[in-house]
Design a protein around this ligand. Structure first.
Ligand code: PLP
Length: 416
């Protein structure tokens, strides 16, 4: 069953920025399997690294023994994270990475109180649904955590809508302080936040908001967990990890998705005192397994050697400005926002504000019919998400932009 389309899409092949379905139709991939495809599909360097590892007989999995590719990868990520004295623990998914981060923070602070942002998404497990501030994905009422949700993720649909950046940051910080004073008892373990909300519809907070939050949290030693499952590896264009643009060095950082180019890998980076504070032993059978780490090393080297962050910045600006100017006369578009190759188009009803998920569903069909894949998302399912591979060329960016604008125009014109 497919989530987006009337008729499920079965993919059978892929190369670069294009995928092919079981009927032989080719699509320009502007969603990259939910931001998993950073370096383009079927990159030879990744295939070679994986094949070489398989030829060695795979070797043992688990974090029990030392594996060269695992150690190399951990060292690179620790250095890139800028977290002083950092340690890395590998998992097989973003959900598990956030589970591990929450466990570390709660253990370090001896508290089950957690702060999260409204409209957030952090995973599908027992603990991570408990910090997911989006009712279509979460089940907070069953959570073992005590979570308090803050403003600050998604301005367009909040009571702070319309405030300029300075006023918005001030209002959010006042909201945090008030919550800490009245709604939270005792120590708080951490704030978990996505630097740019992904599933929530590519909502971008003013960078200094996260810095302002960090200052308040530092007053009590509350940890800042940056969920970089979508925003890592240069995707936001402006920095390598999304949080860097705020000038914040987080205490804990989680990653997954694009690192493995489809091979399952995630992980958590944390200050050594936080990582070592966990009394229980840490082991993961498949976390950081030899095949996934071989792929991940090849991906990371490719991202760094080819300045894909710079490419994301340049082409992200092109897509953002192209979509903004084309949307000026489309009543259906309420906001075009984003950073780097995370561009969101929020669709609204005739009143100019009510979410219009039916329009988003129609645009998804219209883009598919034109040979373009984009994503859906947002709290109400009314946001189109554009997140192509970071290896996108300018010609591909222009091609996808033209197809998307054409689809938007068709659906807008058909509305009563
Ligand atoms: N955190 C964020 C920000 C995500 O976007 C996702 C997945 O979309 C997750 C965590 C969960 O990752 P996974 O699906 O690998 O478990």
């Amino acid at each position: 069953m497919g989530l987006y389309y009337d008729e499920p899409l079965e993919l059978v092949g892929a190369s670069g920025a294009r995928v092919t379905d079981s009927r032989g139709r080719t699509y320009l991939d502007f969603f990259g399997g939910i931001l998993v495809t950073m370096v383009g599909h079927d990159l030879p360097a990744v295939r070679e690294a994986v094949t070489e590892q398989l030829a060695r007989g795979v070797v043992h999995t688990s974090t029990l023994y030392l594996l060269r590719s695992q150690v190399e990868l951990a060292e690179k990520i620790a250095r890139l994270s800028r977290i002083p004295d950092a340690k890395v623990f590998f998992t097989t998914s973003g959900t598990e990475a956030n589970e591990a981060a929450l466990l570390l923070a709660m253990s370090h602070r001896r508290s089950n109180q957690v702060l999260a942002l409204r409209n957030s998404y952090h995973g599908r497990s027992f603990a991570t649904v408990g910090v997911t501030g989006n009712r279509s994905w979460s089940a907070s009422s069953f959570s073992p955590l005590q979570t308090t949700y803050l403003q600050g993720g998604y301005r367009f649909r909040s009571s702070f809508r319309g405030l300029d950046d300075d006023a918005y940051v001030a209002a959010c910080v006042a909201d945090l302080r008030e919550l800490l004073d009245v709604a939270v008892t005792g120590d708080v373990a951490c704030l978990i936040a996505e630097p740019v909300q992904g599933v929530g519809g590519f909502a971008v907070p003013p960078p200094r908001l996260l810095a302002a939050y960090k200052e308040v949290l530092d007053e009590t030693g509350t940890l800042f967990v940056s969920d970089e499952v979508q925003t890592a590896w240069g995707r936001t264009g402006r920095s390598f990890f999304g949080i860097e643009a705020s000038g914040v060095v987080p205490d804990v950082l989680t990653f997954a998705k694009g690192l493995g180019a489809g091979f399952p890998i995630g992980g958590v980076v944390a200050r050594a005192d936080v990582m070592d504070g966990l009394q229980a032993k840490g082991i993961s059978t498949f976390g950081g397994n030899p095949v996934a780490t071989a792929a991940a090393n090849a991906v990371l080297d490719h991202v760094l050697d080819h300045d894909l962050q710079g490419n994301a910045d340049r082409l992200g600006r092109l897509l953002l400005s192209g979509l903004r100017s084309a949307s000026a006369d489309l009543a259906m578009v309420g906001e075009v926002r984003g950073v780097g190759l995370m561009v969101g188009v929020e669709l609204v009803g005739p009143d100019g504000y009510a979410p219009d998920p039916a329009a988003a569903a129609a645009v998804l069909e219209a883009t598919k019919a034109r040979g373009l894949l984009v994503g859906g998302g947002g709290l109400h399912g009314n946001v189109l998400r554009v997140a192509p591979p970071l290896t996108l060329t300018e010609a591909e960016a222009q091609e996808g932009l033209a197809l998307l604008v054409d689809a938007l125009r068709e659906v807008d014109a058909a509305r009563p």
